[in-house]
Design a protein around this ligand. Structure first.
Ligand code: GYE
Length: 319
């Protein structure tokens, strides 16, 4: 009896081995919690992640948090309950993640941060962070303005700032990097700074309020993303002013909409932030699942595009 069963098992094992491709390793399952759909950047980021998952044969469980941290916490808990292989997410805000990430760790599910960072006491709560250096992006925006100011060395420039989502890594860091570069320059002063939540609608609304309060005193707009700048450009035009001329407009991301605005002469410069993180995310997830070591930090490579090069660069833009 024993012997027959062993034989059968062996035969079965051989059959499985022979038809190996059909039984090939079961697909990697990644639970991904996205911030939302607040900007052109985000849309490109979502497409990149979904496309890369498909290409790599990864099963992607995708959840849209609609810019709410509580929705992300819920999504992560549900991924833990479903026992996905890897959890990846782009945290809406920086703080408040310790508890849920500890739950993931206890369940032995590795966590990869994409795009935005978290502020946690224990860095072992995530295995890798893939995304841009937002402080550097803020510095690049600031450096462009410092150079531009040299063209009119006697003129002091009043700046209004449209911040991204309150408490988010890109909003905190882009503010910090920009301030760092213009600090000590007596000719450059931020006279108003408020959040526009990374959306066109809010960017327009807040710019209207800035214009109402400060009017022609505003010389420069620094927007933490292109969408808010595009919304604000509309507000500037509706106020009878010329964006790009009466008010210098600086923003971050480098999406197609920004290139169009530059070609139209309404935006002066965009600092690139690459949303196409899908392929790298899949690679890191596969390595983690295979038990290979992965880098704790992967920084994306980016450039700066002033309006003068916009028309030439436009055909090369992928998002
Ligand atoms: O700049 C903005 C988006 O986190 C880098 O989020 C991302 C930012 C991006 O809404 O457009």
């Amino acid at each position: 009896m024993m012997k027959r069963r062993t034989l059968l098992t062996t035969a079965l094992a051989a059959a499985v081995a022979l038809s190996a491709p059909a039984f090939a390793a079961k697909p990697l399952v990644i639970g991904f919690s996205q911030v939302g759909a607040e900007s052109e950047w985000r849309t490109a980021n979502t497409v990149s992640i979904k496309d890369a998952a498909k290409k790599e044969g990864v099963t992607l469980k995708f959840a849209d948090a609609q810019q709410k941290q509580e929705n992300q916490v819920k999504a992560i808990r549900s991924f833990i309950a479903q026992r996905v292989d890897v959890i990846a997410f782009s945290p809406v805000v920086e703080s408040g993640w310790d508890t849920v990430l500890r739950e993931a760790k206890r369940a032995n599910i590795p966590v990869i941060l994409t795009d935005r960072a978290v502020n946690v006491s224990d860095p072992s709560l995530y295995v890798s962070f893939l995304g841009s250096d937002f402080v550097e992006e803020g510095r690049r925006a600031g450096r462009w303005l410092v150079e531009r100011q040299k063209k009119t060395p006697d003129a002091a420039l009043n700046i209004v700032e449209l911040q991204g989502t309150v408490g988010s890594a890109p909003a905190l860091d882009r503010k910090k990097g920009f301030e760092e570069v213009i600090a000590g320059n007596a000719k450059l002063k931020v006279i108003r700074s408020q959040t526009g939540d990374f959306t066109r609608a809010k960017g327009k609304e807040v710019m209207e309020a800035f214009l109402k309060a400060e009017g022609k005193k505003i010389n420069v707009l620094y927007a933490h993303n292109d969408d808010m700048a595009i919304g604000a450009i509309q507000a500037i035009e509706e106020a009878g002013l010329k964006p790009g001329k009466d008010i210098i407009v600086i923003s971050i991301d480098g999406v197609k909409g920004a290139f169009e605005a530059m070609i139209a002469g309404k935006l002066n410069v965009t600092v690139e932030c690459n949303p196409l993180l899908g392929p790298q995310l899949m690679q890191i997830a596969k390595d983690v699942a295979a038990g290979k070591p992965v880098p704790k930090r992967v920084v994306t490579q980016e450039g700066v595009f002033p309006a003068e090069v916009a028309a030439k660069e436009f055909p090369n833009r992928k998002y």
